[in-house]
Design a binder for this molecule. Sequence first.
Ligand SMILES: Nc1nc2c(c(=O)[nH]1)N[C@H]1C(S)=C(S)[C@@H](COP(=O)(O)O)O[C@H]1N2
Ligand SMILES: [Mo]
Length: 251
Amino acid sequence: MIAKDLSRRTLLGGGAGLLLAGCDKVATIPAARRILFAGEDMQRGLHRALSDRAALAPEFTASQMSPVFRVNGTANPNTPAYAAMVANRFSDWRLTVQGLVARSLSLRLADLRAMPNRTQITRHDCVEGWSAIGQWTGPMLGTVLKAAGVSAAARYIVFTCADLYGGAPYYESIDLIDAFHPQTILAWAMNGRPLAVGHGAPVRLRVERQLGYKHAKYVMRIDAVASLDGIGRGKGGYWEDAVDYDWYAGI
Ligand SMILES: Nc1nc2c(c(=O)[nH]1)N[C@H]1C(S)=C(S)[C@@H](COP(=O)(O)O)O[C@H]1N2
Ligand SMILES: [Mo]
């Protein structure tokens, strides 16, 4: 970086001959092009930012799993509709995938289980300051989104949950980079067992590069949207709207 700045200064300040030769000529000298055209630096920065977003969250071994994994936020949606789903072991539960997609989907739990599944042992970090390592199994969200055919106009994926805060469902959203990240899964199992009610049964999002509140539990509906404007109060998630948490909660 320093070398580049120096050579840039040399070229601009000391390289009178070069500059006198005219801009057109300078631009044809490969080294000068590289240094003068700052856009290339920006592109490199952008590329770095994007490849950072693609990086994997650390994964752990079974022996590193936390003996106790806290339940946080809603521990049971406790609505009549949810209680009825628990009573029949989620056989009536359907996951709706809709919005800017070629085909809306209505998926049963069995459909998700039948897809290629991924198992990962990751660390959950809550913004409140606790962490826990657990094992999660489910299809990649990307697999489900590909089945629905997300349209080119979509920019965000929104999750609507079964639990209510002040009468309205908990909701969260992520961008397409996280939606298609290989560790972003719709988990139906935790630590080798079907997801417990406390942890978001029957299905919760795992979006491993972000903080806990992004990991929507009790997912009922997935919407592909072009903008977050019409979602809640527009910041893309329940806590983002309620107490101004960051929408991008990268860790
Ligand atoms: N639907 C829903 N999802 C939610 C929450 C919630 O209250 N409702 N709480 C969030 C927060 S703040 C955290 S830390 C995690 C907690 O997940 P856990 O109960 O499995 O530990 O779920 C997140 N997802
Ligand atoms: Mo959290």
